[in-house]
Ligand binder design. Sequence first.
Ligand code: S3P
Length: 432
Amino acid sequence: MGNLKTIHYNKAIVSGKLEVPGDKSISHRAIMLGSIAEGKTTISGFLNGEDCLRTIDIFKLLGVSIERTGTDVSIDSPGINNWKTPTEELYAGNSGTTARLMLGILAGAAISSAVLTGDESLSVRPMNRVTNPLHAMGASISSENDKDFLPLKIEAESLTAIDYTNPVASAQVKSAILFAGLHAEGTTIVREKTISRDHTEQMLSHFGAEIQSNNGEISITGGSSLSGTNVHVPGDISSAAFFMVAAALVKDSSITFTNLGLNPTRSGILDVLRNMGVDVNVMNESAENGERSGNVTIAYNKIIPTEIGGSLIPRLIDELPIIALLATQAEGTTIIKDASELRVKETDRIAAVTNELTKLGANIEATDDGMIIQGPTVLTGGTMDSYGDHRLGMMAAIASLITTEPITIIDSACIDISYPAFFEDLEMIVGK
Ligand code: S3P
């Protein structure tokens, strides 16, 4: 059954100020680009979550020196052209971002070969969305079983640029191609029908790559060498989303997030909260290394249903489980559509969210590409499975704010993947 944690924050008012840990997507990319670039890079606000630690471990095996002190990281790299061929397998753990972006990076690296592996969940997540375009660039990526899943072996090959229209709205796919394009001959173009998070583009530009981005068309010219620099990582809006919904659920609640990442390709949750009648106030916006941040106050008001689909989906893809919980308390029908990507996340999040909220008494129906939620419903307590998925674990914990009975979470330890101090921060904002 994995480890069990029982909690009940029965209608506790959420209040105070909180700086959530660093953004997971930006933390990965800061380590990756600091390791590709030659020389010294410093990172402040790094997320010490398990996924990002896997990325660090991989670059250490490639001969990059990386030291962590709290949330500060210093990298001293010989540069991608001087990495060493690893003598061990490169283990991405549960991290899709590590695995997919590393495939693009390793495809163009000057090492003879490397084998990339992952945990049980990652080993059944599709990799062909990345290996197909990389093969088209000339990459040598193979699997022992002729399947497109990890483990995959990457061998050195010279790459040529491609012009690729991304069939899935996935920043991981886009990023893998851009990283490969950095070491390919010519100008690689990635076209997106729906714009996905642009942290890779922002950070490549910050490290000195020749990259342009215009309305869903991103081009990168291979051959430029990058040099180390400094990166500040703002707080992760996907982590804050759990406490935003906590405040939106309980009467009289109000919480302020400081130094919160507000990249417009990630801030769809704020639009949805506003559409659902929740009070949202954004203050003191600024930008560093291409990433916007600021302070955000979320206060309880009313909860009305909404429809979420189209270009909004990639801007809040990881927030949909917690938005589904909020929708159980809206008066009327909330529709989430165009989100079939949820089926290939750390777990099938459409099935998992529907199962777990149904157990509590929610009126929620799974569709092929989303969920239909009818509210408001009283939620009882009971056992909720995280399926080893950090976002499901955190959704279960927040549910305990409105359930009539305690919630027991199966495998709450998986929350360490993105938010190791989650329960401490939850206790703080509910005044325990
Ligand atoms: C991520 C992109 C998204 C997101 C994931 C992190 C990234 O995945 O769900 O948590 O850092 O690029 P997809 O690109 O597969 O949509």
